[in-house]
Design a protein around this ligand. Structure first.
Ligand code: ZJS
Length: 279
């Protein structure tokens, strides 16, 4: 941990502490002979030693808060596999495929950055380029599950859209098997894992029906890991009613449904207004 003073042009003296393990910075400002304040305006005790001690206490408290929040048992009910890939895992994927010339900025939306809906979905397309083989999927699924477990998640519902990739020989069936492989292997991790097979609405009703058939097979053969269907994808593409028969089939066979629907505003004309009813 590094602690040092520095002066700024405005006459304020700052005491800065850098804890590399949490990459966190705190500063205190001494206003001439007057009060010493923390960044958030609270008054600090005078005297260098007291300042150092207070600063250390703040760091400890922040670390404790992190530990407290991590330790809280949580349920994660909405994790898209390829939407949950951490910076570290992306780093490994980028190193595996340097020929793609993909940079981190293309695979994530930074804090405070604004993106159009279309741009958000472009990010997934880039990640899909990086995750296109069984090895990639296994690594991503393993990392994502471990990271959720480390964050205190005790029940995890992962969802992902099975893809086939001719270049790597990946099939949709192998995709699902690979995603759930780590869940079957890791009995040590104290986390309950469930998997939803996702339908990307842009692929239309035929693919939706095939996806449901595949999910039905896994519902019966995956020892309770595969429990349902997720309908997701760009909400501006296609219409939910076109997928209704596939969703009804899923429901009839005992698959649970999780649906992204009506997330964007459309002008609904009376003759196109449809009630989606899944009984
Ligand atoms: C604007 C935005 C990104 C909102 C997030 N909300 C979402 N709405 C609909 N579909 C989604 C969303 N996040 C992820 N997905 C789906 O999850 C996929 C990525 O995860 P996976 O490849 O299925 O493993 C995306 O291609 C998309 O089909």
């Amino acid at each position: 941990m590094g602690i040092y003073f520095y002066n700024q042009g405005n006459g304020g003296r700052y005491l800065r502490c850098t804890d590399l393990s949490v990459t966190q910075k705190c500063s205190l400002k001494t206003e001439g002979k007057g009060t010493t304040r923390y960044d958030d305006g609270r008054t600090a005790t005078q005297g260098t030693n007291s300042l150092l001690i207070e600063l250390l206490l703040i760091l400890l408290m922040d670390n404790e808060a992190d530990a407290f929040y991590e330790g809280l048992p949580k349920v994660e009910l909405h994790a898209h596999l390829n939407g949950s890939v951490s910076f570290q895992t992306i780093e490994k994927l980028i190193r595996r495929k340097p020929q793609l010339n993909i940079e981190h900025s293309m695979t994530a939306i930074g804090k405070g950055q604004r993106r159009t809906l279309d741009e958000c979905f472009q990010v997934f397309k880039v990640i899909h380029q990086l995750v296109d083989s069984e090895e990639d999927i296994f690594m991503v699924a393993t990392d994502v599950i471990k990271e959720f477990a480390a964050d205190g998640v005790k029940y995890l519902e992962l969802r992902s859209t099975p893809r086939e990739e001719t270049t790597t020989g990946l099939t949709k069936r192998r995709y699902i098997e690979t995603v759930i492989k780590y869940s079957k292997l890791c009995t040590l991790t104290l986390i309950i894992k469930r998997f939803l097979v996702a339908i990307d609405r842009r692929n239309g009703s035929q693919v939706a029906m095939e996806t449901v058939q595949l999910a039905e097979e896994f519902l019966l053969s995956s020892d309770g890991l595969v429990i349902g269907i997720d309908l997701s994808g760009d909400p501006t593409v296609g219409h939910g009613r076109d997928l209704l028969s596939a969703l009804q089939k899923a429901k009839d066979s005992g698959l649970k449904l999780s649906l992204h629907l009506s997330e964007v505003c459309f002008i609904i004309h009376s003759h196109t207004n449809t009630t989606i009813k899944l009984t």
